[in-house]
Design a protein around this ligand. Sequence first.
Ligand code: MN
Length: 503
Amino acid sequence: MRGIALSGKVRFLDTTLRDGEQTPGVSLDMDEKLAIARGLDALGVQVIEAGSAITSEGERKSMKAVADSGLNAEICSFVRTLKSDVDLALQCDVDSVHLVVPVSDLHIERKLKSDRKTVFQNAIDVTEYAKDHGLVVELSGEDASRADLDFLTSIYRAGVEAGADRLCFCDTVGVLVPETTAAIFGKLSDLGAPISIHCHNDFGMATANTVAALRSGASQAHVTVNGIGERAGNASLEEVVMTLESLYKIKTGIRCEDLYQLSRMVSRMTGIPVAPNKSLVGENAFTHEAGIHVHGLLADTSTYEPLHPEQVGRKRRIVLGKHAGRASVELALKEFGISVTDDQLAQIVERVKELGDKGKRVSDADLQTIAEYVLSIQKEPKVRLQELTVVAGNTVTPTASVKLLLNGLEKLEAGTGVGPVDAAVNAVKRALCGVADVRLEEYHVDAITGGTSALVEVWVTMALADRKITARGAGADIIMASVEAVLEGINRLMQLEEEKKLA
Ligand code: MN
C-alpha cells in the first residue's frame, strides 16, 4: 500500500494557470490569474502552478503577483532543465518549480537532438541548482508513458538523491489506459519521494488514468478546472475530486460546494465555454426534461441523479420541452396550484411541445402563462388588426400606419423604424400607448422553407410590467407574421393583466 491508498490523503497541483493557459487562444491577464488563484486557494488545492516564468515579462509580473498575494497554497513555476529558467522562476518569488525533463527517446532524440546521458546530467544539475536556491523541486518526466521505465526510474532516483522533493509522471499525449497506469505505478515504488500523475485527455481517459494512478501509488494529481489544457485538455479538477469523493468515498479536503462557481469563473475568464453535457459543471448535468424521469425524481431524486447538485454548488433544474409528458406538465401545473380539465391539459401539453420543438426551454413563467392563456382562450381578443400599410425602400424612412380595434374602438397611429418590421411594431406600440405599455424583449425569425417565398415563423418575447410571455406568428409575409406575433402577445398579456385585477 502506497500513495493515497496508504495515507488516505490526496494532494492536488492545479495547473489551470499554466497547462490550462496553454489552451489554444487563451491568455489571462494579471487580475484574472490572481482571481483564479484565489479561487483555487479557497477551494483547498495544495499547489498552484501559476505559469511558466520563461514565457514573458507580463507572465512573470502576474506570477509574482500570485506568489506575493499571501495564499496558503504553494506557488509553482514550470521550468525546463536550464539554470536560466530557474533564475527567471526565482524572480517571480515562487515556492517551487515543476522541473520538466523529456524522458522518452522520441522526445530526447527528435525534439532535443540529444541523448539520454546528457538529459540525465542536466536533470540532476538543475535539480541541485534549484535546491541550492531554496526552491521546492517537483522533478517531472515528460512523455513518461512512452519512455523506457528503467531510464525513467534511474532519473527519479538520482533526482531524489540530488534533493528533489517530489516526482511526477506525465502522460503527455494521453495514451495511458487505467490498467497500464496501475501496472506502471505498481513498479514505481520505493523512489524515496512522493510521485504525482499528470494526464492529458486525448482519448477521454485523463480522469480514469489519474484516479488509477492515485489508487496505485501516486499521491498528488495534476488537474485543471474544466479540464482545459493543451489539445484535448488535462484531467479535470472537478471530475477527479468528485470521482474520489462520490465513487471511492475518499475525502479530498476540497471544498466541493465551490466547484461550480470556480468552473464558471474560469470559463468566463478564459473564454472557453463548458459543453452542456460536461460532467458535473455542464449546464445539463443536473437538468431533467423527459416526463418519466421527472416522475421518478419527484419520488426520489437518486432515481436519476448519482449525487446531489448541491454537493458541487449547483441546483437541480427541471425543464419542460418537447419530451414533456402529460404527467410532468400536470405535476408542474399542480406546483402552481393550477388545476385543468383533460381537454385543457391536452392543449397546454401541445403548446409546451410546440415551444420545445423550437428548441426552447419552457420555463416556469412560460408554463404559467401558457396555462393561463389556455384557460382564458375563449375570450374575445382585446386588440384586433384592421389595417396595416408599410412603406420601405432605399430613399424613404421605413414608415407604417396601423388601424387597430381596441375594445371595439378604432385607433389610428403611425410609426417609423430602422426597417419595415420595426416601423410596423412601433406603430402598434404607439397605438396602445397608455393602454398597454408592452415591451418587445426578444424577436426571432425562422424561414421554414427555402427561397424568398419561404414561410416564416416569428417568435417574440413580450413583457408587460413584470410578466413575460412568448408568442408566435407565421405566414409568407414577414411583416404580417411579426405584427401577428406581437398582437397575440399583447392580447395574452392584457387578458392576464385583467384577470389579475379581477382576482
Ligand atoms: Mn501537460
